[in-house]
Design a protein around this ligand. Structure first.
Ligand code: C2E
Ligand code: MG
Ligand code: MG
Ligand code: MG
Length: 301
C-alpha cells in the first residue's frame, strides 16, 4: 500500500502508533516473567461502613512495578493478561498474596475486628482454571477464614453462566466465600436473575455515584452541575430491591461527603472511594488498624 504516495507512507508508519504497539508487545511478552520476578504489587483500598464510617474490609488492586515503564495501573495490562491467558497465573498470585496479607493483619491486630479482603477475578479464571481448588488451597495455606474472602466478578462473567461457572460460584459460596458483582449496572443488569445466583454483594458502578455530585456546600464551576433526581430514584430503588433479595450494596467511587450522605440516606451499606482513602500500601492499612479512633469514628480515614 505504501506505494501510493509519500503521505500515506507516513500515515502507515505513524511513529506514535508504532511505539504504542511496541509497548503493548513488550508488556504482553513481559507478563509471565514479571510474575516470576515478583514485579507485581498489591495496593489495598478501604471499604467503609456507610453508617458508622468504620473500616470493614479492603479491595486488593494489582499494580505492575515495571523496570522500564514504572508503576503501571491495571488498565495497562489486565486486558493483555486476559488475552494471552496469563491472567490465570497472575490472578492466582493476587489471590494468594491478598489472603496472606489479610491473615497477617488479623494476627498482628487481634484486638481489631478482622478485615475482609475483596479480590477481583477475571472471567478466564472461572473458565480456564480450577478456581475452586485454588481458593480452597490458598485458604488452607494462609489460614484465612472463608467468610473473610470476597471475590469480585463482573456482570458479564456471571450473566448466563450455566454449567461450569455456576458450579464454581456455588462451590465457593458453599465454602463460605462471598461473591460480589463488580461494576454493577454497566451490563445487562438483571437483579432478579442475579438473586438466583450465589451472589451476596452488589458493587454499584461509579457512574451512578457520579450523578450525586452536586450540593450547596461544595460549589462547582459548571452551572449545569445539578443533581439528577432520577439517578437517585433509580439507585434508591436498586438498593431497596437488592436488600429485599438478600444482597448488600457497596458504592464505588465515593469522592465527596455530599455523595456519601446521599448514599447513606438511601440505604447503601458500604462505600469505597477517595473520600475515605485511595488505594494504599499494606503498611498504611496496618496503621489504620493500630489507631482505634480511625477504625471506629465516622470521619474520613
Ligand atoms: P474495579 O475493580 O472497579 O476497581 C475500582 C477502581 O476504581 C480502581 O482502579 C480504583 O483505584 C478506582 N477508584 C477507587 N476509588 C475511586 C474514586 O473515588 N474515584 C475514582 N475516579 N476512581 C476510584 P484501578 O486500581 O486502576 O483498577 C482498575 C480495574 O482493574 C479494577 O476496577 C479491576 O476491574 C481491574 N483490576 C484491578 N486489580 C485486579 C486484579 O487483581 N485482577 C483482575 N482480574 N482485575 C483487576
Ligand atoms: Mg473491583
Ligand atoms: Mg468495581
Ligand atoms: Mg468500576
Amino acid at each position: 500500500w505504501a506505494k501510493a504516495d509519500g503521505k500515506s507512507r507516513w500515515t502507515l508508519f505513524d511513529p506514535e502508533r508504532n511505539a504504542h504497539r511496541m509497548t503493548r508487545q513488550a508488556l504482553s511478552s513481559g507478563l509471565r516473567p514479571a510474575i516470576e520476578h515478583g514485579e507485581f504489587v498489591l495496593e489495598y483500598q478501604p471499604l467503609v461502613g456507610m453508617e458508622d464510617g468504620r473500616l470493614r474490609g479492603v479491595e486488593a488492586l494489582v499494580r505492575w512495578n515495571h523496570p522500564q515503564f514504572g508503576m503501571l495501573t491495571p488498565n495497562r495490562f489486565i486486558g493483555l493478561a486476559e488475552e494471552d491467558g496469563s491472567i490465570v497465573q497472575l490472578g492466582r498470585w493476587v489471590l494468594a498474596t491478598a489472603c496472606r496479607q489479610a491473615r497477617r493483619w488479623q494476627l498482628e491486630h487481634p484486638d481489631a475486628p478482622p478485615l475482609f479482603v475483596s479480590v477481583n477475578v477475571a472471567v478466564r479464571q472461572v473458565w480456564d482454571s480450577d478456581l475452586v481448588t485454588d481458593v480452597a488451597e490458598i485458604l488452607a495455606e494462609t489460614g484465612l477464614a472463608p467468610h473473610l474472602l470476597q471475590l469480585e466478578l463482573t456482570e458479564s462473567a456471571v450473566m448466563g453462566s450455566a454449567g461450569r461457572p455456576l458450579q464454581a460460584l456455588q462451590a465457593l459460596s458453599d465454602m463460605g466465600v462471598h461473591i460480589a458483582i463488580d461494576d454493577f449496572g454497566t451490563g445487562y443488569s438483571n437483579l432478579a436473575y442475579l438473586s438466583r445466583l450465589p451472589v451476596s454483594v452488589l458493587k454499584l458502578d461509579g457512574s451512578f455515584v457520579r450523578g450525586f455530585q452536586y450540593d450547596t456546600s461544595e460549589k462547582h464551576d459548571g452551572t449545569d452541575a445539578r443533581p439528577n433526581p432520577a439517578d437517585e430514584v433509580v439507585v434508591e430503588a436498586m438498593i431497596q430491591l437488592a436488600h429485599r433479595l438478600g444482597l448488600t450494596v457497596t458504592a464505588e467511587c465515593v469522592e465527596t461527603s455530599a455523595q456519601a450522605s446521599r448514599l447513606r440516606g438511601i440505604g447503601c451499606d458500604t462505600g469505597q472511594g477517595w473520600l475515605y482513602s485511595r488505594p494504599v500500601a499494606p503498611d498504611r492499612i496496618s496503621e489504620l488498624l493500630r489507631t482505634p479512633a480511625r477504625r471506629s469514628r465516622s470521619e474520613p480515614i
